[in-house]
Design a protein around this ligand. Structure first.
Ligand code: PLP
Length: 397
């Protein structure tokens, strides 16, 4: 079967955050949304069919993960990432942000230092700060149009930290870290007795030509000190169902974290999350292959557009997923001017780069460093992407 990712699908009026929250978030609702990280593609037919079939039963009482669900999850993890596990090392998680919040509460204390590398997905900044932990930021460098960890800074900052929260691949620009970098992180974290959360929500979306490496697989140390979060939510565009899993290889760590989840009953799961995840992991290979080819086409289209129409934009293009980091500094406009022009002239909603870094901690940590940066979501039909890019180019010339 050939899937059609070119078809525009009307999402307005479906209580869809990306399209229906524009007025609330950007002050007008006539924008093309290139912000929230979900895709405008139809969720796969085999997932929709499984949900429909489950609805036919018409009793939606309390549920539990079936053996079939665990089989689908463990097979996927083994086949794609070489993670050899049974369900005993896994726990259902209702969403990865929730999972990270639970891990903070279960494994750290108020006042503990939590390390992140910036720019990064904003909840990584907000969860530690809002839960009374101390956020420590190690800024990434851009080298050869890729984000890279500054290991001198990283090693300095990790001193005294309890936990490092890592986006692997990295949001905001889908940087695939690779074995060497992950091994180095594992060696440093082990030496400093730091736990690692590896958020691998974007892993399945690693684009052709790149290879995702799951953190816990790089060394025994990494396996000992890490929690890995995975999900079918971005992969199959079912984020609204809140379906993720956490993998913990180490028995003590598992006891502490899974024990906490079970005590507080915050990760019990729901019928649609289990049904959709099982169908997605069991049947998703071909859909995913075609979808990744399409996304790769969008990345190429963006790259070509930037070279020919907006050569002054400095871009970090995704190696995984559908998020690109665009730096408009060379156009000589302020943050406010750029924002105003994108919203009120180009009528495009982008993510504001300053939200990917901690505010008010000096220019190297703060949003100040990313005043002219914006994140663009290219998970949409190519016509919509090109139309949006044309409108952006129009206000910059
Ligand atoms: C790195 C990362 N983690 C987590 C999430 C959200 O996960 P969830 O919806 O499962 O909470 C996102 C969504 O964009 C993300 O990019």
């Amino acid at each position: 079967m050939t899937y059609n990712f070119d078809e525009p699908i009307e999402r307005r009026g479906t209580d869809c955050f990306k399209w229906d929250a524009l007025q609330a978030m950007y002050g007008r609702d006539d924008l093309t949304p290139m912000w929230v990280a979900d895709m405008d593609f139809r969720s796969p037919d085999f997932v929709m069919e499984a949900l429909r079939q489950r609805c036919e039963h018409e009793v939606l009482g309390y549920t539990m993960p079936s053996e079939g669900y665990w089989q689908a999850v463990t097979t996927w993890l083994k086949r794609h990432y070489g993670i050899d596990t049974t369900k005993d090392n896994l726990h259902f998680i209702p969403g990865i942000v929730a999972g990270i919040a639970y891990a903070l509460l279960a494994l750290t204390e108020p006042g503990d230092k939590i390390l992140v590398t910036t720019p990064v997905y904003p909840p990584f900044l907000n969860l530690p700060k809002k839960s009374g932990r101390k956020l420590v930021c190690s800024p990434l460098r851009i080298t050869n149009s890729r984000f890279a960890i500054d290991f001198n800074d990283f090693e300095r900052k990790i001193e005294g930290c309890k936990l490092f929260i890592m986006s692997n691949p990295h949001n905001p620009a889908g940087t695939v870290w690779g074995t060497e970098v992950l091994r180095k992180i594992a060696e440093i974290c082990e030496r400093h007795h730091v736990l690692v959360i590896s958020d691998e929500i974007h892993a399945d979306l690693t684009l052709p030509g790149h290879q995702h490496v799951s953190y816990s697989t790089v060394s025994e140390a990494a396996q000992r000190h890490s929690l890995t979060f995975m999900a079918p939510s971005k992969t199959f565009n079912i984020a609204g169902l809140g379906s993720s899993v956490c993998y913990v290889a180490d028995a003590d760590l598992r006891k502490r974290f899974f024990g906490w989840l079970n005590t507080f009953e915050v990760a019990n799961g729901n019928i649609f999350a289990f049904t959709a995840a099982k169908a997605a992991f069991a049947n998703g290979e071909e859909w995913l292959r075609q979808m990744l080819d399409y996304l790769q086409g969008n990345v190429q289209a963006l790259d070509e557009f930037l070279r020919t129409r907006m050569p002054k934009v400095k871009a970090v293009l995704p190696e995984a997923s559908y998020l690109a980091w665009l730096d408009f500094s060379a156009y000589g406009m302020t943050h406010e001017q750029l924002k105003d022009k994108f919203i009120n002239e180009a009528k495009i909603a982008l993510n504001d780069g300053t939200t990917f870094a901690s505010q008010g901690r000096g220019p190297q940590h703060g949003g100040a460093a990313y005043q002219c940066c914006f994140r663009l979501n290219l998970g949409c039909p190519r016509t919509i992407l090109l139309d949006a890019l044309n409108r952006i180019a129009g206000i910059l010339s």
